[in-house]
Design a binder for this molecule. Structure first.
Ligand SMILES: O=C(O)C[C@H](O)C(=O)O
Ligand code: SF4
Length: 510
């Protein structure tokens, strides 16, 4: 085989997967958008999402800044050298990272050091199988961290919030799946797709769940019980009302695929792999003799283009304009539901920065400033200047232990992230005079477009995604979802969706 040609084919697969959402996923998102009422927060968020999908496609840039944990699933004809394929994958991955198509995402779990090129112990994940066909089948999923953190595994029988006892039968499985959608709330960038694995042990159960994400989101399950289960979940999960980004709304789930395997008598696992709307998985078949791409997978049918979605909707919400630094007085006028547009500076800070700030001084004066929970994709030009390639929000709840104290200590007035924060932060917002602003998760091109300049960077020792980037923005739009008067949209949606979940308590499958 021509290894250089294979490397180029793999490079193309990685770039396409990161930048161009597959056709089945586009269809699911288009359908969700059609079902939201104009003028709602959900409709506005979906318009941002579709605009972002289009921008990523046109610019050949990452749809979401979290280009995920790359997992390759490969089938090879007998006799093909798998070691050579793995080497080609690694070379292609390094190139895609250098070209800003992948964020350097591989971190040493003990030292915290980012390898900078997406390689590392066990990464990327590459799984091989042999088959009798002549071509090589290569599938890739780039699954982000926020949705991965919302995966859940149930061990039956168990007690579930809102649903009571889930037993060791089809109805117990049904309850677990409904619960899995509820517990994710908006934190995995809903509306999402779920893959469910029934049976196995803890690891093979999750593998089976993830394998379901490689199915076309439009296929029909040949197992009649599972077909019914998938249909039931698709018909009812949206009644939970969690909606896009957990803002409330008509669509919470875009796809549900269930697989089954045998188990041993003592164990009964239901494993759920949650994937955000930015469902980046593609595949190719490759000619085993020359390494060229023969066919793209998951690309049947018309490609939906969202280029008319950039047009401003008729019912545009009113916008509150803010310029950082922001005063306490201004912040206290904001309430949940307000749409704000920020001009001026914003400083990125995620996990490493929050831990650092909890026992160090800040490298810049943060009084009145805005912290953005974001780990961008950055590229340095030949003159040494940094450019933002993708910059959407990350899940904020991870900073819950630190956020309130840090805001008070440094005088920070607003934090921007996604998925909301908990009671500790809500209390601090009230005491100190602060707001939590929810940006649209995954909309990395849309937000990168608002960034006019990169004015500096601190704490680069934490690696590109974790450093503190000083960004000058214009017209950065987000929604107030937690205010300084004790209100939290996240708390409200959680409560109301739990109530709705309890409507699914009665037995459906016997
Ligand atoms: O790591 C990121 O940038 C985002 C992450 O995927 C998340 O959803 O929190
Ligand atoms: S930020 Fe949202 S869209 Fe991006 S990888 Fe994380 S969960 Fe997915």
């Amino acid at each position: 085989m021509n290894i250089k040609t294979l490397e180029n084919s793999l490079y193309e697969l990685i770039v396409e997967t990161s930048t161009n959402l597959p056709k089945d996923v586009r269809r699911a998102i288009r359908k969700a958008k059609a079902e939201e009422n104009a003028g709602t927060r959900a409709a506005m968020s979906l318009a941002t999402i579709t605009q972002n999908i289009q921008m990523a496609d046109e610019k050949v840039s990452p749809i979401c800044q979290d280009t995920g944990l790359p997992t390759f699933k490969i089938k090879t004809p007998v006799g093909v050298n798998q070691l050579e394929i793995s080497k080609a994958i690694k070379r292609a991955m390094v190139r895609a990272t250098e070209d800003g198509k992948m964020r350097p995402n591989s971190v040493d779990s003990i030292t915290g050091e980012n390898s900078g090129d997406n390689l590392g112990e066990g990464l990327p994940v590459i799984k091989y199988e042999q088959w009798e066909k002549d071509e090589i089948d290569i599938r890739l999923i780039l699954k982000g961290g926020g949705c991965e953190n919302k995966n859940i595994q149930y061990s039956l029988p168990c007690e579930l919030d809102g649903l009571g006892r889930a037993g060791r039968d089809l109805d117990g499985i049904r309850k677990c799946i409904m619960h899995s959608v509820y517990q994710a709330q908006g934190q995995g960038c809903s509306a999402g797709f779920i893959g469910v694995g029934i049976g196995g042990d803890r690891s093979s159960g999750y593998d089976l769940a993830k394998a379901q994400l490689f199915r076309s989101s439009e296929d029909i399950n040949p197992n009649e019980d599972l077909r019914k289960l998938e249909e039931y979940v698709m018909n009812h999960a949206n009644e939970l009302g969690i909606g896009t980004m957990g803002f409330g709304g008509e669509t919470t789930l875009l796809g549900c695929k269930v697989g089954v395997m045998h188990r041993i008598p003592a164990s009964f696992f239901v494993s759920v792999a949650y994937n955000c709307w930015a469902f980046r998985r593609l595949g190719i078949t490759v000619n085993a003799d020359n390494g060229e791409i023969q066919e793209w997978l998951y690309q049947e049918g018309e490609k939906i283009s969202f280029d008319d979605d950039a047009e401003t909707p008729d019912e545009k919400p009113e916008v509150v304009k803010l310029t950082a630094p922001i005063s306490e007085e201004q912040i206290r006028t904001l309430k949940v539901g307000d749409v704000v547009q920020i001009d001026g500076m914003m400083y990125t800070g995620r996990d490493a920065i929050h831990k650092y700030l909890s026992d160090h001084d800040a490298p810049v004066d943060l009084n009145g400033q805005v912290i953005y929970h974001c780990g961008p994709v950055m590229m340095k030009d030949e003159e040494g200047n940094w450019h933002v390639k993708a910059a959407g929000p990350t899940t904020s709840i991870r900073e819950e232990p630190y956020q309130g104290d840090i805001m008070k200590r440094f005088g920070i007035r607003a934090v921007i992230g996604k998925g909301g924060m908990g009671p500790k932060t809500l209390k601090a917002l009230e005491e100190h005079g602060g707001v939590y602003l929810n940006a649209i998760g995954g909309a990395a091109q849309y937000y990168a477009d608002c960034i006019q300049d990169v004015e500096g960077v601190d704490l680069m020792q934490f690696g590109v995604p974790e450093a503190m980037w000083h960004l000058r923005v214009k017209g950065f739009t987000a929604v107030v979802t937690m205010d300084s008067h004790g209100n939290s949209l996240h708390k409200d949606v959680d409560q109301s969706s739990l109530e709705k979940l309890s409507r699914f308590k009665e037995k459906v499958f016997s």
